[in-house]
Design a binder for this molecule. Sequence first.
Ligand SMILES: [Zn+2]
Length: 236
Amino acid sequence: MAQFDVKITLPNQVFHGTQMKAIPGIRQKPINKAYCRANKDFGSGFYTTIDLYQATRWARKSIDDVIAFNRKMGQPLISNISEGELPAVAVLNCEPDGNNLDIPVHDFRAESKEWADFILKHRFDSSNVSCNCSLHPDIVCGVMADNNTGDIIAKFRKENRQIDNPADLKWFWERITLSQEGRRLIGLELGDQIAFLNEDLNEMLTVKGYYKYNLSKRIDVVTPQNYTEEWDYYEN
Ligand SMILES: [Zn+2]
């Protein structure tokens, strides 16, 4: 197997989609194992992206659900949304310089079989304290699995599929690269993510500001061209 001698330069700035109520905690301690959920794509950690549009879409989902509910109930569309529930995107400076840590990084380029295998193992069973992968890195970079991965994993379990069975990995791999409309997504169409999995890395991450969702500026059809119009930016 080819060995690569790699030097990686992390982005100077990363985004994290969340809600307003989480911003103070992220400011204090971005990577906080107390809040990291189990069974995530690359393991339990703090997930960021270099793509602001992706982070805003992710953050906006919580509101989309409330608005869809209100529409169904015939209520004013933006009632029942508190300040804390408003979508937010934390903007973090990433400054590894000056840190003398030896940091294991795994960078997955595109939707390779190895990428799908890594996600399957962590989605199937991983937490802050355990995982099935042989070399658990501190930082993982790679494309994002489709948003329905939770449902796909549930089906994987129900059908008694096995994480070390190549045919079952192929089954999983094919499904996590399909869009909701059933179209095969390739490369950057899947989105980008950088996961920080070790609290020791907190010293390189600093919140420098955040985007707050502005309900009164809500756009029904958001595109990469117009999406920033819904958001107000606050610098620290
Ligand atoms: Zn792992």
